[in-house]
Design a protein around this ligand. Structure first.
Ligand code: SF4
Length: 273
């Protein structure tokens, strides 16, 4: 399959492919717009997206050095204020080392480009450590098992390891990744990286990319797991129902909701390219 010019693989589009090859095809190759709302109530969906976007922007501006008072003057929602206060209480600004927020890196990989956009990287030269932080503005507490299986948990440390590989003495063990949920501020989820994980990721990510590149149009099949269709914008194109899933439906698991509403902040243009 001919990929569009300048196409780059990322944790988001690879995750879409793994979740449903058809979704990858419709979204990234056909660039199909939004034929259906993803969820009901639509106002709640929009509110959550906006809240997450505003939180990411606040943190980005904070690390860019904007005055705290100016940032806090923009916070007009109690939920956002709670998240913000929890973020400040983490004390990340006081950590030693170089901090890069909303930074995007890309590497040539498997005949394509593989990119990662990081919420925050703290590089500590004294300890020779690199800590990747990712903010998850979910309404649910962290689901460690779910995070373990996400492409993001592999792509982010893999890209950073590849970039650091030319540094004398570097090993992937110097990298760790931390997911932080402002709605559950005490439950940080940390993943250590290693040479073994790096080798496994190098192999599996290359295999995935080669598989996608080798498919023709008919190979992008519809997922057999119809739970994934419930909150998918392409339901009507796939004859997978017309009713949007309900965000407030108690029978939907936290994992399914988080997967459905993981916001692709790369698409929201809040950071540098
Ligand atoms: S509606 Fe279902 S089959 Fe169609 S793209 Fe979405 S997840 Fe895939």
């Amino acid at each position: 399959m001919q990929l569009p010019d300048h196409f780059a693989f990322s944790q988001h589009n690879l995750q879409d492919y793994v979740d449903c090859p058809r979704r990858f095809y419709l979204r990234y190759l056909l660039r199909q717009d939004w034929p259906a709302v993803e969820s009901q109530p639509i106002q709640e969906q929009e509110r959550l997206i906006e809240l997450g976007q505003r939180f990411h922007l606040l943190v980005q501006q904070y690390f860019a050095g904007l005055p705290l008072s100016a940032l806090e003057a923009t916070i007009d929602e109690p939920e956002l204020l709670t998240w913000w206060q929890a973020f400040l209480a983490l004390g990340l600004q006081n950590l030693p080392g170089i901090k890069k927020s909303e930074i995007q890196y890309a590497i040539p990989f498997a005949g394509s480009r593989l990119l990662a956009k990081y919420d925050l990287i703290v590089a500590n030269p004294a300890e020779k450590s690199y800590t990747i932080y990712d903010w998850k503005t979910s309404q649910h507490p962290p689901q460690e098992k779910w995070l373990t299986g996400r492409l993001q948990t592999r792509v982010y440390p893999f890209v950073l390891s590849t970039l650091q590989a030319t540094q004398p003495g570097f090993t992937p063990e110097q990298i760790k990744m931390i997911y932080w949920y402002p709605a559950a501020p005490d439950q940080l989820v940390e993943f250590a990286y290693s040479q073994q994980k790096f080798a496994a990721d190098e192999h599996s990510l290359a295999q995935l990319i080669h598989e996608i590149r080798a498919l023709d149009e008919s190979g992008f099949s519809l997922t057999e797991d119809e739970r994934k269709c419930k909150f998918c914008r392409y339901r009507s194109l796939c004859n997978r129902g017309t009713l949007a899933g309900n965000l407030l439906d108690q029978s939907v698991s936290a994992e399914d909701l988080d997967a459905a509403f993981e916001i692709d902040f790369d698409q929201l243009d809040i950071g540098q390219e």
